[in-house]
Design a protein around this ligand. Structure first.
Ligand SMILES: CC(C)(COP(=O)(O)OP(=O)(O)OC[C@H]1O[C@@H](n2cnc3c(N)ncnc32)[C@H](O)[C@@H]1OP(=O)(O)O)[C@@H](O)C(=O)NCCC(=O)NCCS
Length: 208
């Protein structure tokens, strides 16, 4: 099993200290966060399809959700991975190496100033939610975007998404609404903005 960092360094612990690895953004006994590689694509697609079905059942049309496929999403994300400036971070379960969540972000789509970046996707598998993984991925996203010169970050979220409070809890403000077409239906979505990306990058847990 891969060695894990012990937060209580110096104690007789279950976990040993991992060697420093500049490619890992976060590591503890439950999950690690690292930039993704092409090898993660199929697992990323699986997280996306399963999470959409578990979260949006009843909100989006069954035909749309049931028609989603892992293969199609893997192809879509392979294309997106090749776009300049677009990045993926994955949260990985350390012992099995399974991808349990991911964040995808980069330059904002549409007519938006270059210093504002967009979080395109953030999904955590249902049985790993509410463990701090989403917040950790978001914080790493902010660090990466700030490193690319961004000063603000926003995300489009379905208005009916039961997890909107996550964004509010992490300090984002609803700033705009629009419509999104999914299948043959149209849904309202809300843009959440973090106007100070540096503050989000510094954030750990709890209210600001
Ligand atoms: C929304 C999501 C990304 C949040 O990630 P997570 O790992 O479950 O959330 P965290 O454990 O990091 O929570 C961070 C904080 O937000 C709060 N929070 C998380 N989900 C919440 C919810 N649905 N309602 C209210 N608060 C919530 C947590 O209680 C925690 O608060 P704290 O700082 O006081 O401890 C994840 O649950 C998910 O992928 N959900 C399904 C898909 C989805 O909605 N994706 C995002 C929109 S596209």
């Amino acid at each position: 099993m891969r060695p894990r960092r012990d937060r209580r360094a110096g104690t007789t612990a279950r976990f040993t200290i991992a060697p420093y690895n500049p490619h890992i953004d976060h590591m503890d006994e439950r999950f690690e966060i690292r930039p993704s590689t092409g090898d993660d694509l199929f697992m990323i697609a699986g997280v996306l399809v399963d999470t959409w079905r578990s979260t949006f059942r009843g909100l989006l049309a069954d035909t749309y959700l049931d028609g989603m496929s892992r293969e199609e999403q893997a192809i879509r994300h392979a294309r997106r991975m090749g776009v300049a400036g677009v990045s993926y971070l994955v949260a990985v379960e350390p012992s099995a190496g399974e991808v349990i969540g991911f964040a995808n972000f980069g330059p904002a789509r549409g007519h938006v100033p270059a210093h504002i970046h967009e979080l395109y996707a953030l999904y955590i598998r249902a049985n790993y939610q509410k463990l701090g993984i989403g917040a950790a991925l978001l914080r790493s996203t902010a660090v990466h975007c700030a490193g690319q010169g961004a000063t603000s970050l926003f995300a489009w979220v379905l208005a009916g998404n039961p997890n909107r409070q996550f964004y509010e809890r992490l300090g984002a403000k609803a700033v705009e609404t629009s419509k999104i077409g999914l299948g043959d239906q149209s849904y309202e979505q809300v843009a959440y903005l973090w106007d100070d990306i540096a503050a989000l990058a510094r954030r750990t847990r709890g209210p600001s």
